[in-house]
Design a protein around this ligand. Structure first.
Ligand code: G3P
Ligand code: MG
Length: 254
């Protein structure tokens, strides 16, 4: 397993409080705001490409309609993925995984690739994502973090790319989940902030893994969680959260 240095701040879908989620504009804005990492969402297309989009349909984040898995990437790439957000971002496009990887490499930031959980597609999506990263990612840079709610997706990443950091995204906390994280040799625990109490955080840390929580957009809330001992935060507004942590002497720039 390649060494994983847990980031403190991850721009969630880029800087999606200010710009259309998962687009080039949003990722560039997160980098401009000082984020060293961004998180994006991966969905399989009909032609075995990967589109960077959160939902299983294009309906919310583009001017089109339809299921991602029933569309070829070329069809998705023609859609406007910015106008739904604001006129300023008209003409943004849905990125392919390959385009996304080249973008973050150019911006000299790292990326958490969230393989969206879709019944029957998780193994395929994970193995295509692994192939793309192996083909494109520079050998001298720390590898991206793969994550998923899907156990199958994480097992696939472990099997085909054992040295890549991987994380289970956790929507509940119990002994089964704790055991799975240890057995899969995960690099971090990515978890909904609503599950975090000081006691539960201590129990998560018994695994020896850093804990990264989503999604924290309140400044006071970010300070509270970092003071509590949470290792990393996904946020829609990385610049503001970095400034809030800096003001309290809590910001870690890795
Ligand atoms: O990976 C953290 C977070 O992005 C998971 O939830 O729905 O925002 O993709 P979601
Ligand atoms: Mg996500």
């Amino acid at each position: 397993m390649s060494k994983f240095i847990c980031p403190q701040i991850i721009g969630h879908r880029g800087a999606c409080h200010y710009s259309p989620e998962n687009t080039k504009a949003s990722i560039e804005l997160a980098a401009k705001q000082g984020a060293k990492w961004v998180e994006v969402d991966l969905q399989l297309t009909q032609d075995n490409n990967i589109a960077i989009i959160h939902n299983p349909t294009v309906n919310k984040c583009t001017n089109g309609k339809g299921k991602v898995i029933k569309m070829d990437f070329a069809e998705i790439a023609k859609l406007d993925a910015g106008s739904w957000h604001s006129e300023q971002y008209a003409g943004q496009r849905v990125l392919s995984l390959e385009q996304l990887l080249k973008l973050v490499i150019r911006l000299k930031i790292n990326v958490n690739l969230e393989i969206k959980s879709n019944v029957g597609l998780n193994e395929e999506t994970a193995s295509i994502a692994v192939k793309a990263v192996k083909a494109i990612w520079p050998k001298d840079r720390p590898l991206p973090l793969f994550s998923s709610y899907s156990l199958t997706a994480i097992e696939t990443v472990k099997e085909h790319y054992p040295k890549a950091p991987r994380a289970m995204i956790v929507g509940e906390w119990n002994q089964f989940v704790k055991r799975a994280i240890v057995d899969l040799d995960c690099s971090s625990i990515n978890v909904d902030r609503r599950l975090i109490t000081p006691q539960r955080l201590a129990c998560m840390h018994e695994t020896g893994k850093p804990v990264i929580i989503h999604t924290v957009n309140g400044l006071a809330s970010a300070v509270k969680f970092i003071e509590m001992g949470v290792d990393g935060l996904f946020t829609d507004r990385p610049g503001d959260i970095i400034a809030a942590l800096q003001a309290k002497g809590l910001y870690r720039s890795t």
